[in-house]
Every structure is written in C-alpha cells, then in structure tokens.
Design a binder for this molecule. Sequence first.
Ligand code: SF4
Ligand code: SF4
Length: 92
Amino acid sequence: MSDSKQKVHNPIQINTETCIRCDFCDWICPGDLIYHEDGNKEHLPVVAYPDECWFCGLCQKICPVDAITIIFPEQMINNKTDVTTLLGKVVE
Ligand code: SF4
Ligand code: SF4
C-alpha cells in the first residue's frame, strides 16, 4: 500500500540544547509560520506551516545563540535554472 500523502519538508532545524526559547524567531518570521508560546521555557518553537516557508533566513539571522539551521530542499540546491530566467526578463 502506498502513502498518497506527500511528506512536508521541514525548513528549519532548532538545536534543542542551545535554544533559549526567547521567541525571537516567532516574532521575526514574515509569514508568521513559527509558533512559540510566550514565556514557555520548556518547549521549542515549532514551524506551524512548514510548506509556506520561503527560506528568507530571518529566523536564523536573529537567533541570538545560533540555534537554527535552514534545511534547503533538494530541488533548491540542485536547481539549474539561470538567474535571468528566474528574474523573468533580460536586460539588454
Ligand atoms: S526562513 Fe523565513 S519564512 Fe522560513 S521560517 Fe524562517 S523566517 Fe519564516
Ligand atoms: S530565536 Fe533561537 S533561541 Fe530564540 S526561540 Fe528561536 S531558535 Fe530558540
């Protein structure tokens, strides 16, 4: 029996040892994708909507203890599309 559900890529990894549960990543995410209960020092933040992450890197940048690693999906790492095509126009 095959699983018809597609596995959602986890865009960020949070180091359980170093995260100080400061809420900064929750606060900064422009898509409001990260959730962490205010003042909760027990649980890690979670990415509530992982499939909506656009890998802007702000959560990683603001983390005061460098606890976040961005996990880029394979199709981004191996993308062979040239920059002008991505921009959608060619300047002559
Ligand atoms: S990389 Fe950007 S969009 Fe993705 S979770 Fe971090 S702050 Fe949000
Ligand atoms: S910004 Fe870093 S230390 Fe603060 S809650 Fe997020 S992962 Fe943890």
